[in-house]
Each structure stands twice: as structure tokens, then as C-alpha cells.
Design a protein around this ligand. Structure first.
Ligand SMILES: Cc1cc2nc3c(=O)[nH]c(=O)nc-3n(C[C@H](O)[C@H](O)[C@H](O)COP(=O)(O)OP(=O)(O)OC[C@H]3O[C@@H](n4cnc5c(N)ncnc54)[C@H](O)[C@@H]3O)c2cc1C
Ligand SMILES: NC(=O)C1=CN([C@@H]2O[C@H](COP(=O)(O)OP(=O)(O)OC[C@H]3O[C@@H](n4cnc5c(N)ncnc54)[C@H](OP(=O)(O)O)[C@@H]3O)[C@@H](O)[C@H]2O)C=CC1
Ligand code: HEM
Ligand SMILES: [Fe+3]
Length: 537
């Protein structure tokens, strides 16, 4: 419990007690980290975006009695040439985030004034910063960053007079997605209607600010109703070495606040799909290749669980997932053809599936990679060498070799070649999905690789599996307890997708689909111009 002592200020009334803090998620970092980052930065300033005229100085900038000198003797207050007037930024709240942001701002040449409930007691603040009461702090700057939790915003209503016409930057996050009916920024705008509220910095952690944002995301989503205020905040973000992204009006604040609370949203569906497929195929193969031989001939083949079965499960999962990347595009095309328009929303499940195709494809690539590595070890496996040795000895004892089969050689070489080429294109898809590469190609090139070469990858991988099956495909001996080999199951979805795609690219269907995708609608009243050159269906 910490009582405020600053009775003279309005802000005193808003602070009754410091409750036990429930914001542990955001508080990861200790103050030692702030101090040690200060020491590191003092030597070389890694990653700092400070203007060149900034130099290290020995002492605090301000002479206020409340100036704090607690960042350690070798912490680095930076200053600009004294002739240059520095922008003053006020930060409300001297918690983890306020301190880290203040420290970074000082480094980058801003004059920082903290507003605190209890300026005398605030400690461990970056040297060079001034600490005042909320109302005094607010009067020093026209831009105020609120490093305070939303739960404590109510006290700002009493400061409304001091905040009128100022830019208020809301950095707050919640603990749960959609925790409150309105966003924190909109709530703030209601509390202080005379201020220009801008949402920003909530995606940057105190830790990232301390570590020079070198190994964390630098994206700062910014939104607000007043464009000048927004520009000022974006300029600050840029000076701090961050990348501001304008997200529009304050209505976008809810989405921006939910963003850091999401946990790999686009990876979840691919992860579930991959897990379900892996478990299913693993159990399926174990039944066919371990349990079946044991029940029928008391043979122990459990060693297959280590390499043989994984080297079925991984490629089979990779192929199925690859087909599942291209299935939603086909379903979407069928839906558009059926509806005769592209202007109706897809069902939510299809929408989400379409959006996570990249992640689905990358998971598939991971499994294909595992298959390639497992295949490399086939020749050095004990079981494989034992079988080869035995076959050779049997032939030597019988004094009879098996004739060379050209068709078998063709089948074997073909399926290997198809696998290698398929894997190469698979890798190419993966490489073009890296932002550094996709930024270098234009929209058409990207679509060519992802869509055209993507389908070619699916064709090659499906052909690799079909040719691997070869002649065994339809022989009844392949069934165990009426269960076919796993690769036969794995071919169902890819073959279905390829057949449907083939039908969709037939000229008559493709023409209609193209018109629909260019904006033509089957049931709309045809205008004169729309009638020109449109298909009659
Ligand atoms: C390893 C790997 C990495 C991948 N990385 C990425 C990635 O980085 N980014 C990514 O997006 N995907 C990625 N994918 C997924 C996949 O390759 C792409 O989503 C691919 O574009 C899907 O092809 P499609 O033909 O089904 O496209 P679709 O989007 O279904 O489009 C088919 C065609 O219709 C057109 N079209 C579709 N909808 C409309 C419309 N509403 N109006 C007009 N024309 C329309 C398109 O121009 C296209 O020519 C990856 C896949 C793999 C395997
Ligand atoms: N920590 C992080 O990494 C990130 C935090 N944020 C956001 O920044 C804001 C501050 O977070 P953080 O610094 O971690 O939080 P802390 O709890 O560490 O600090 C909050 C500060 O708010 C001030 N405050 C004002 N009124 C009250 C009150 N009634 N009770 C308690 N404190 C009060 C206090 O400063 P004083 O004593 O000086 O008045 C306190 O130090 C939050 O909205 C958070 O969501 C956003 C992104 C990342
Ligand atoms: C470097 C490239 C590749 C090589 C060298 C290769 C090689 C092989 C080999 C040797 C087998 C037989 C395994 C065995 O006998 O147990 C096989 C099977 C198979 N491969 Fe590949 N492959 C490659 C890439 C791929 C890719 C990219 C896919 C699909 C995404 C794929 C899908 C399959 C499937 C589904 C099987 C059948 C699995 C089974 O049921 O046994 N392969 N591959
Ligand atoms: Fe807190």
C-alpha cells in the first residue's frame, strides 16, 4: 500500500491505494534490466536511432528538486546541443512501461517529464527526467503518454481542464480479448472529450524498449480521429527507431488492443489439422504394420515405430496438408459459380481457412522436409542392410540372380525424380513466402509462384506417390484387415482437388468464373455496358 502525499494537487484525490497488481503479463522486466540496458547503451548505443548531434553527458539535464538520479552512475542521459530546443514529452505513470519509454525517449533526444501520483517517492527513473505531479507534468507538454492501466483512467476526468486540447497517447493493453465493451482509447476519449486521443505503442513491450528493439517487433499500430495528432505520435515512433503503421480512426483501437493478446491465431488451424492427421495416420500405420503382424504371426515389428512408420506418416501428412492448401480456393470458386457473384461473404470457416493457407503450406513443408531427411537414412538402416544381405546370400546359395527389370527401374527412378522435383518446388514456395523475398516480387510474380507453381508442386507430389504405389496399387494383397496402405488414403484429397481444379479451368467454366471475379453478377439487372461481352448463362 502506498499513500499519496501530494495533497496540493488534484491528482491526489484519484489515488487511494495501490492494489495488488494483476498485470503480470505486461510486467515481465525488472528495473535491473532498465539499468543494465542503460549501461550497455552507454558504451555503444546499439540500435539507437538517435540523431548524430546527441552526445553523452555526465549529469542530469533539469535542476528540479524532483529530478531523479537513480539510473546508476554510468547510465546515460543524452543531450542535444544546448542551442537546439528539444521536444518535451510528458509521460503519466512511472511504472515499468513509463520508465522504459522515458529512458528510450531521453536517449533519442526528447526532454521527458514524468507525471506521477507521488513525485517525491518515485524512484529508479532515468537520469535527466523530471518528475512532477500529473497536473504540473501536463502543463509542460502538449503531448502526454498515458503509461497507466485503464482501470486507473477515471482519475483523469478530474484533470480534464489540464488535458484540454492536448494529445493523449493511450498505450494500454487489457488482460483478455474484448474485456470491455469499448476500447480503452475510446473510453479515454469519453473521459476527456477535449483531448485528441491517439492509440499507439501498445504492441511494444517494456522489454523491447530496453533491449533496443533489436530482437522484437518494431511495428507500432497507430490510430486516432485527429490526423495532426496522429502524425506527431508517428513522428515520435519513427525517432525511437520504430515503424508506425497508420490504422485509421479511433474505431480501429479495439482491434489494435486485441492484437497483442492473440496467440498465433493463424497457426492454430494448421496446427490442429496437422496434429489430427499425424495421430490418425500413426495409429492407422501402427495397426497395419505392428499389431497386424503380431496378431497374425506373433512377429515383433515394433522397431518400425521409429523410422518406417514416421517415414509414412510425415509424407502422407505433408501431401494431405498441401492439398488442403489448395482445396479452399477450389471450394471458393465453386461457391462463387453457384452464387453467381463474388460480392457475398464466404462462410466464416472458409474465410478463416483461406486466410491461414500460408501457415498451412509452411507446416506441410516442414513435414515434407522431415520425409526427405528420413529418406536419407534408409540405406544405413540395420533392417534394410540385413534384408539386402539376406537376399544376396539367398541368390548366391541358389546360384540364381533375379533378372533386371527395366520397368521396375523406370518406376523407381520416376517416383524418386518426381519426389525430388516436387520437394524443390515446395521449397521455392516456402522461400517466396519469406517477407524479404515476397517484398521483392510484384503481385503477378507472387501469384504465379504461389498459385501456378503451387499447383505444379501438388501435381508432382501426387504423381510421386501414385508412381511409388505403382503396380501394387490394386493388388488385393495390399489390404490388411481390409485396410489399404496409408498412401492410398493420402491420395484421396489431392486427387479430388486436382480433378476439381481441372474442371474449373475448362474454358467454358473458367470464362464464367473470370467474369464473376471481375465483378459481373448473374442476378443483377444488366446495364447496357455490362451486356457487352458477358457470357449468356
Ligand atoms: C510452402 C508454402 C508457402 C506458402 N506461402 C504463402 C504466402 O506466403 N502467402 C500466401 O498468400 N499463400 C501462401 N501459400 C498458400 C498458397 O500457395 C496460396 O494461397 C495460393 O495463392 C493459393 O492458390 P490458389 O490458386 O488456390 O489461389 P486463389 O486465391 O484461390 O485464387 C485462384 C485465382 O483466382 C483469382 N481470385 C481469387 N479470388 C478472387 C477474387 N475475389 N477476385 C478476383 N480474382 C480472384 C486469383 O487471382 C487466382 O488467380 C503457401 C503455400 C505453401 C505450400
Ligand atoms: N509493461 C509493458 O511491457 C507494457 C505496458 N503497456 C501498458 O502501459 C501501461 C502501464 O503499464 P506498466 O508500466 O507495465 O504498469 P505498472 O503497473 O508498472 O505502472 C503503472 C503506473 O500507473 C500509475 N498509476 C496511476 N494511477 C494509479 C493507481 N490508481 N494505482 C496504481 N498505479 C497508478 C503508477 O505510476 P505513479 O506511481 O508514478 O503514479 C504506476 O506506476 C498499461 O496500460 C499497460 O497496458 C503497454 C505495452 C507494454
Ligand atoms: C527429396 C525429395 C523426396 C524423396 C527423395 C522422396 C523419396 C521417397 C521414398 C524413398 C519413398 C518410399 C519410402 C518407403 O519405402 O518407405 C517415398 C514415399 C512417399 N513420399 Fe516421398 N520423397 C521426396 C519428397 C516427397 C514429397 C515432397 C512428398 C509430398 C508432399 C512426398 C510424399 C511421399 C508419400 C506420400 C510417400 C508414400 C509413403 C508411404 O506410405 O510409404 N515425398 N518418398
Ligand atoms: Fe500494473
Amino acid at each position: 500500500m502506498k499513500k499519496t502525499s501530494s495533497g496540493a494537487d488534484k491528482q491526489a484525490t484519484c489515488v487511494e491505494k495501490e492494489e495488488s497488481c494483476e498485470h503480470a503479463v505486461e510486467h515481465g522486466e525488472s528495473l535491473e534490466a532498465v539499468q543494465s540496458s542503460g549501461r550497455q547503451a552507454g558504451s555503444a548505443l546499439p540500435g539507437s536511432q538517435c540523431p548524430p548531434q546527441l552526445r553523452l553527458t555526465d549529469g542530469p539535464l533539469g535542476a528540479s528538486p524532483a529530478v531523479m538520479e537513480t539510473m546508476g552512475a554510468d547510465a546515460l542521459p543524452l543531450t542535444v546541443n544546448s542551442s537546439e530546443k528539444r521536444d518535451v514529452v510528458c509521460i503519466f505513470g512511472t511504472g515499468d512501461f513509463g520508465k522504459s519509454l522515458g529512458f528510450k525517449m531521453l536517449q533519442c533526444g526528447y526532454a521527458v517529464v514524468f507525471g506521477s501520483r507521488n513525485p517525491q517517492v518515485s524512484s529508479l527513473l532515468p537520469r535527466g527526467a523530471e518528475v512532477l505531479s500529473y497536473s504540473e507534468g501536463a502543463s509542460k507538454s502538449d503531448i502526454i503518454i498515458l503509461a497507466v492501466h485503464r482501470e486507473h483512467y477515471n482519475c483523469l476526468a478530474e484533470l480534464a481542464d489540464h488535458l484540454n486540447g492536448k494529445i493523449l497517447v493511450d498505450v494500454s493493453n487489457n488482460r483478455k480479448i474484448n474485456q470491455y465493451p469499448e476500447s480503452n482509447a475510446e473510453y479515454l476519449a469519453q473521459l476527456v472529450p477535449g483531448a485528441h486521443v491517439v492509440k499507439a505503442f501498445n504492441t511494444i513491450s517494456a522489454w523491447a524498449l530496453q533491449s533496443g528493439t533489436l530482437d522484437a517487433s518494431r511495428q507500432v499500430f497507430v490510430c486516432g480521429d485527429e490526423s495532426k495528432a496522429k502524425q506527431r505520435v508517428m513522428d515520435i515512433a519513427r525517432t525511437l527507431g520504430l515503424t508506425p503503421l497508420d490504422q485509421g480512426s479511433l474505431v480501429a483501437a479495439k482491434e489494435i488492443e486485441n492484437y497483442p493478446l492473440k496467440l498465433f491465431p493463424m497457426w492454430r488451424l494448421p496446427f490442429y489439422m496437422a496434429s489430427v492427421l499425424c495421430v490418425f495416420f500413426f495409429v492407422y500405420c501402427a495397426i497395419r504394420e505392428v499389431i497386424y503382424p503380431y496378431v497374425n504371426g506373433k512377429t515383433d515389428t515394433t522397431f518400425r515405430l521409429a523410422v518406417s512408420i514416421p517415414n509414412r506418416v510425415f509424407p502422407v501428412t505433408a501431401l494431405t496438408l498441401l492439398a488442403l492448401v489448395y482445396l479452399p480456393g477450389v471450394l471458393a470458386a465453386i461457391l462463387q459459380l453457384y452464387r453467381g457473384t463474388k460480392y457475398r461473404r464466404f462462410p466464416n470457416w472458409l474465410d478463416h481457412w483461406m486466410l491461414c493457407r500460408k501457415q498451412l503450406g509452411l507446416v506441410a513443408l516442414g513435414f515434407a522436409f522431415l520425409h526427405a531427411v528420413y529418406t536419407l537414412v534408409i540405406p544405413i538402416r540395420y533392417y534394410v542392410r540385413w534384408r539386402l544381405r539376406n537376399a544376396t546370400i539367398t541368390q548366391a546359395l541358389a546360384n540364381k540372380d533375379s533378372p533386371f527389370s527395366t520397368s521396375a527401374a523406370w518406376l523407381s527412378d520416376s517416383y524418386l525424380a518426381l519426389g525430388i522435383l516436387g520437394f524443390f518446388l515446395f521449397l521455392l514456395l516456402g522461400i517466396t513466402s519469406l517477407p524479404s523475398v515476397s517484398n521483392m516480387v510484384n503481385w503477378r510474380e507472387f501469384r504465379f509462384v504461389q498459385s501456378k507453381l503451387g499447383y505444379l508442386t501438388l501435381v508432382l507430389c501426387t504423381a510421386h506417390t501414385l508412381v511409388y504405389g505403382g503396380k501394387r496399387f490394386l493388388s488385393p494383397g495390399i489390404l490388411r484387415w481390409s485396410l489399404p496402405s496409408a498412401y492410398i488414403l493420402a491420395l484421396i484429397i489431392p486427387c479430388t482437388v486436382l480433378v476439381m481444379k481441372f474442371i474449373l479451368i475448362l474454358p467454358c467454366i473458367d470464362k464464367t468464373l473470370t467474369h464473376i471475379r471481375q465483378g459481373w453478377e448473374r442476378n443483377s439487372q444488366p446495364s447496357k455496358s455490362a451486356l457487352n461481352g458477358k457470357p449468356d448463362i
